[in-house]
Write a protein that binds this ligand. Structure first.
Ligand code: NAP
Length: 505
């Protein structure tokens, strides 16, 4: 075992004071901390930081495992000094209380082992190799080369362009002691979180500054994904899409899993190549996934079977992996629309208008038509509106009619008004002649359209309602249990509030 905990916080800052502050914060979450001495601006800051470390260890003992790293430029770090200077800093770090040091292959292959023994013999060594551009073809060979330097542990970090490459990297670890596998890059983020489950001795997570591409912060690694608790039998779920970084689904779904104490995790998969993801379903043990732009339609061709309503809508946002790896698709956007509206207005017989005729509008139109509402569609391209109206037995409406006609509900299914263009509204006040306005957009929570409606005394429904409802429906399909909806909603609202606060700064 390398550290007391398997999630390793990475402290990296330009000055000793900030780096020490990171160490103290990290200590509240994990007892394994990597100290990136190469990030400190110069030798004086390194000396200042190590003096603090020594004083901290002497005063009360930090009761943590510290790994000292002073990576040179050549190996992807920031240290510009010579190899001799690098070794001197590492030796001092060991004297100041670091149990381990990480030495890249570029340095270890350039100095005789006896020198390392004399200078750094008191510490334990992680022999590391980093590949920031691509995963090498022969990973096993890399591991053998590292092991030849007789270290106490080896670490291979490689940029992965695909899930297939990340899985190859994770395959280095199982059944062997003290091997650290670090998949880098945005596509590899789920593999990075699943590394400990795959047998890696550590998973790295920065305090603030990302020291490698595709990292997730310590807080997210520990509290959102609970990476240190994931085991072989932990069920894996996720959301696939591109882009995926801003998806709120991991917060929504993991909150539900944690609240019900389920041995399961939900991860964001940046998927540009659907085939690469589908080939990873079995090796990563994925039990189900949610599907977002741009795969909602294309996934249909890859399914073994599909719910009839999803087939009629022509889009799938939820997939269950059944026995033998068979994929079954559903559309819970449809359920989300109904759950968001039903409790506010009786849908049967009511006259509704959908503005927009894209993918989401289709799910809304089917949901409303199925519930017995009269469905009218208005879109900037009349042909699109007519085509959608035809399939749901509704009516296409020309825009000028909106000023003269009354609807029970108007639904915005266009992205107009979405952050960062939050000052725009798809319809003006005179076009809102209705009892209720439902905006599918949830960033921001209160859109310009909803504000205009509210000023006219019209009831408003935010896209959050649909987002939470479609997500809880997914959760229930996957787990077979009732979703803890209020906890999930609170978590999403908190995240959106925080985002809005950050954006306002
Ligand atoms: P989409 O398939 O691209 O469709 C967008 C529709 O809006 C199209 O009809 C498009 O017309 C129209 N549109 C775009 N810009 C417009 C403009 N400036 N003026 C008038 N019409 C315009 O997108 P989608 O997947 O349906 O998503 C639509 C919105 O719903 C997004 O904001 C999305 O975030 C939201 N949504 C929310 C949830 C939720 O859970 N709350 C779920 C799904 C979607 P053209 O075809 O002419 O471009």
């Amino acid at each position: 075992m390398i550290g007391r905990d398997k999630i390793c916080a990475v402290a990296a800052a330009a000055d000793a004071r900030s780096m020490w502050a990171q160490v103290r914060r990290a200590r509240g979450v994990t007892r394994t901390i990597e100290l990136r001495l190469d990030w400190l601006s110069d030798d004086a800051e390194i000396a200042k930081f190590l003096a603090r470390l020594r004083a901290g260890q002497r005063a009360n003992g930090m009761r943590a495992t510290f790994i000292a790293t002073c990576r040179r430029r050549k190996a992807g770090g920031k240290f510009t000094g010579t190899i001799a200077e690098q070794l001197v800093h590492l030796a001092e770090a060991i004297r100041c209380g670091c149990d381990w040091y990480d030495l890249e292959i570029e340095t270890s292959s350039a100095c005789p082992p006896e020198l390392l023994d004399v200078l750094l013999g008191e510490g334990r060594r992680i022999a590391s190799a980093h590949f920031f551009r691509r995963t090498p073809k022969n990973l096993k060979r890399v591991a053998v080369d590292l092991a030849r330097t007789r270290p106490d542990a080896i670490k291979v970090a490689a940029y992965c362009d695909s899930l297939a490459e990340s899985i190859d990297l994770l395959r280095l670890a199982p059944g062997r002691k003290n091997i650290v596998a670090v998949p880098m890059g945005d596509v590899a983020l789920p593999a990075r979180v699943l590394a400990l489950r795959g047998g890696s001795a550590l998973a790295y997570a920065p305090m603030e500054n990302a020291t490698a591409p595709g990292q997730v912060t310590l807080d997210v690694m520990k509290h959102l994904y609970r990476a240190d608790l994931l085991r072989r039998k932990t069920r894996v779920y996720g959301v696939i899409g591109a882009p995926i970084g801003h998806s709120l689904s991991p917060i929504l779904q993991n909150t539900g899993l944690r609240a019900r104490k389920m041995d399961a995790v939900f991860l964001p998969f940046l998927v540009r190549d659907l085939r690469d993801f589908l080939q990873a379903v079995d090796p990563l043990g994925i039990s189900g996934f949610s599907v977002t732009i741009p795969h909602k339609q294309t996934i249909l061709r890859r399914l073994d079977d599909c719910d009839p309503m999803a087939a009629a809508i022509g889009a799938v946002n939820t997939v269950v992996v059944r026995g033998g790896g068979k994929l079954y698709g559903y559309n819970t956007d449809y359920v989300g629309v109904l759950r968001a509206l039903e409790r506010r207005i009786p849908l049967r017989g009511s006259r509704t208008l959908i503005f927009g005729a894209g993918g989401a509008a289709r799910a809304v139109a089917f949901a409303l038509a199925e519930s017995g509402a009269v469905v009218c569609i208005c879109a900037r391209r009349m042909k699109q509106a007519e085509a959608l109206a035809r399939v749901v037995g509704g009516e296409a409406v020309e825009r000028p009619r909106l000023r003269r006609e009354f609807f029970d509900a108007i639904v915005n299914a266009t992205p107009v008004g979405m952050y960062p263009h939050s000052d725009r509204a798809p319809l003006c006040a005179e076009e809102l002649n209705c009892r209720l306005v439902f905006d599918l957009i949830y960033r921001p929570r209160s859109t310009k359209l909803l504000q205009i409606a509210s000023r006219r005394g019209i009831e408003t429904v935010s896209g959050i309602e649909m987002f939470v409802a479609q997500g809880t429906a997914q959760w229930e399909i996957w787990t077979g249990e009732r979703a803890p909806e209020s906890a999930m909603r609170r978590a999403v609202l908190r995240a959106l509030r925080n985002e809005e606060k950050m954006a306002a700064r």
